[in-house]
Design a protein around this ligand. Structure first.
Ligand SMILES: [Zn+2]
Length: 646
């Protein structure tokens, strides 16, 4: 346990530093050092080498942001957010400067809390990380006021014309901060290990509504000028959060309550379908609390965004951001909600200190998602989703260099690369498989107890892989050598590939579907069964079909199962992958429609990449579609696709 002691003693709460400059021990619950900093709303910054974030310029152990207060006006014509950010800082007494992250926003002035100008400098620009933004501190500077405006091409923000929305009447703005994009519109230290409380006053053109990932939203309407020209909304997040979790959306938005603490925002035309699809949400929150402990954020609301939203969902606290592509009409894709909700514990309470440990956010959440699905929809459904996950893991290992590929480690080395290089199914599915393996070895009840403790001990704090393993040893393994031997923790986290002690998929999960896929390979199509199958079963079937198919076979398949016509976006994607791999021309109109009507990265990236790689057949299609679709796609998606030079 020496290792544990060393790791745990190197947590620094800067608030404590000012009076006692040494290191304060982290803290079992009740430890006064950590408790004191929590009361002040200041979360600790980890000081271990593995918690140093290579994707931020900040030097938080010298001076760090503790609170951000935004006062911004939204200008759709100029595509800018403009106003001030007031930062409260914690610093060592001898700190001369504070370093922030900046990507493209234009700084007009920097003053201290009393309005005295502070000197600042900007470093050389890096295309992905942005620039160092260094501000000189006076001996007593505790507050910074930065007057600035975001650039029209800020990478976190997407500005949609009315035509690009579902309602077609009003413009729309939304942000996506993860992983390192919020530095394009919020001047702060943009590192997940530097948690900050925050508030915002947002002025928008009437009649638009602003929502954010924090309690609030009430209109106060006191911004200068006639009330019919501008509306003002105020938000305040009392818990320290990782800055990538600050999010905004502005548009023609209406709200529908779903339960005592749950509800959904959407454009009016989308709201009825969204409401029906999300009606189990309150039940999900209760199920999640049973599993993981109290929901700590107050309300759990969601917003269904226009089709450009680049992800399935984003777990912005108190307000999950969702793609409309999850609306299938039959709640068959609502495991997405279970996933985003689970992040209210894994990811938002206990957050990866750096993106190298992204699996702590996503693997834990993927495991938790399936536990929630099991509680709501039953063990059969969960068993199938686990099996699909194990299939995805096998594919991810292959795509990342096989069993010895460095990027198949859970703790992945992302230095010199954009953090999104780690956004693979290794983080999600190997992470989930790791936790499932632990559960299988210690039993469900004991593991659930442990997980509740993990979240309670690390609520509103950054965590690393090493911290997780130390915590497992201290609170779960407790010196049991046989168990330690069985779990192979280091092998799972720091070695490539999937260890032999992983729990295999239940062979019965898709037994019927797998037999049908084999039969279909010989020409016998499951037309009657297809109508009865769930989405997961349909996906499994399509994934299990022979990858090489002739045109006649694909035509029979399409005609029997109506694949070009399906409204379920996951099923359509699985079909289009197969069609593109086989240069199946009759699917091209459906493909073009699919790629130009939504911008979810998980769907559009692989299809366009596969097309582009097929120089004679696919590349001209990719070029044609991409020219049309690019304005719909978020900058996070176009960043990767632009490099294909279509
Ligand atoms: Zn997630």
């Amino acid at each position: 346990m020496t290792r544990t002691a060393i790791l745990l003693s190197t947590v620094v709460a800067l608030a404590a530093c000012q009076t006692a400059p040494a290191v304060s021990p982290l803290a079992e619950p009740g430890n006064p050092a950590l408790q004191a900093s929590r009361t002040a709303g200041v979360a600790p910054v980890l000081a271990t080498a593995d918690a140093v974030d290579p994707h931020s310029y900040a030097r938080p152990l010298e001076a760090r942001v503790t609170n951000v207060a935004l006062d911004l006006a939204v200008d759709f014509a100029a595509k800018r957010l403009a106003g001030t950010a007031t930062l409260d800082i914690d610093r060592r007494p001898d700190a001369r400067v504070i370093v922030l992250d900046r990507k493209g926003y234009e700084v007009e002035s920097v003053t201290d809390g009393a309005g005295r100008p502070l000197a600042y400098s900007l470093g050389a620009a890096d295309e992905e990380l942005g620039t160092r933004f260094q501000i000189e501190l006076g001996p007593d500077t505790r507050r910074l006021v930065i007057r600035y405006r975001s650039a029209p091409n800020a990478s976190a923000l997407q500005w949609l014309t009315p035509a690009q929305t579902a309602g077609k009447q009003q413009p729309f703005l939304f942000s996506q901060g993860q992983s390192i994009e919020n530095r394009s519109w919020i001047p702060t230290q943009d590192s997940p290990g530097i948690r900050q409380t925050w508030s915002a006053r947002i002025s928008v053109p009437s009649p638009l509504t602003a929502v954010m990932s924090a309690p609030g939203g009430g209109e106060d309407g006191d911004i200068g000028g006639p009330k019919d020209k501008a509306r003002t909304f105020a938000f305040s997040m009392p818990h320290p959060v990782a800055p990538y979790l600050i999010a905004i959306a502005v548009g023609d938005l209406k709200f529908q309550s779903l339960g005592p603490r749950t509800g959904v925002w959407a454009e009016p035309v989308t709201l009825p379908a969204a409401t029906r699809e999300l009606e189990d949400t309150e039940k999900m929150v209760m199920a999640a609390e049973q599993l993981f402990g109290p929901y700590r954020w107050g309300r759990y609301d969601m917003i269904v965004l226009p089709p450009s939203f680049p992800f399935g969902g984003m777990e912005n606290p108190t307000l999950t951001f969702l793609t409309p592509t999850f609306i299938a009409g039959d709640k068959s894709l609502t495991s997405l909600i279970a996933h985003e909700l689970a992040h209210s514990w894994s990811g938002n309470l206990a957050t990866n200190a750096t993106w190298a440990d992204f699996w702590l956010n996503e693997g834990t959440t993927t495991y938790a998602e399936r536990r929630i699905v099991e509680a709501i929809y039953g063990p059969e459904v969960a068993r199938q989703q686990v099996a699909l996950g194990i299939g995805a893991l096998g594919k991810a290992v292959e795509e990342n260099g096989g069993a010895t590929g460095a990027d198949t480690r859970l703790a992945v080395d992302l230095r010199g690369r954009h953090p999104d290089a780690g956004l693979t199914d290794i983080a999600y599915e190997k992470g989930a498989a790791f936790l499932r393996m632990i559960e299988a070895n210690v039993g469900r009840e004991r593991f659930d107890d442990y997980l509740r403790g993990w979240f309670a001990r690390h609520s509103f704090q950054p965590v690393t892989s090493a911290l997780f393993l130390a915590d497992l040893r201290q609170h779960l393994i407790r010196g049991d050598r046989a168990l330690e031997q069985k779990l192979q923790l280091e092998r799972w986290v720091y070695q490539p590939g999937v260890p032999a002690n992983s729990v295999p998929a239940d062979p019965q999960a898709f037994a019927e579907v797998d037999r049908a896929a084999v039969a279909a390979g010989r020409g016998a199509l499951p037309t009657a069964e297809w109508a009865q199958w769930t989405t997961d079963e349909r996906l499994r079937f399509l994934q299990r079909l022979p990858r090489k198919q002739g045109r006649a076979a694909l035509t029979r398949l399409d005609q029997a199962l109506g694949l070009n016509q399906t409204g379920n976006m996951e099923v359509k994607f699985a079909w289009l992958e197969l069609a593109v791999a086989n240069r199946y021309d009759p699917a091209v109109p459906a493909l073009e429609q699919f790629l130009t009507s939504q911008g979810r990265g998980k769907f559009v990236r692989p299809l366009i990449r596969t097309l582009a790689a097929d120089t004679s057949w696919g590349r001209p299609i990719a070029a044609r579609v991409y020219r049309r679709a690019r304005p719909l796609y978020h900058p996070i998606v176009t960043r990767n696709l632009d490099e294909l030079k279509l």
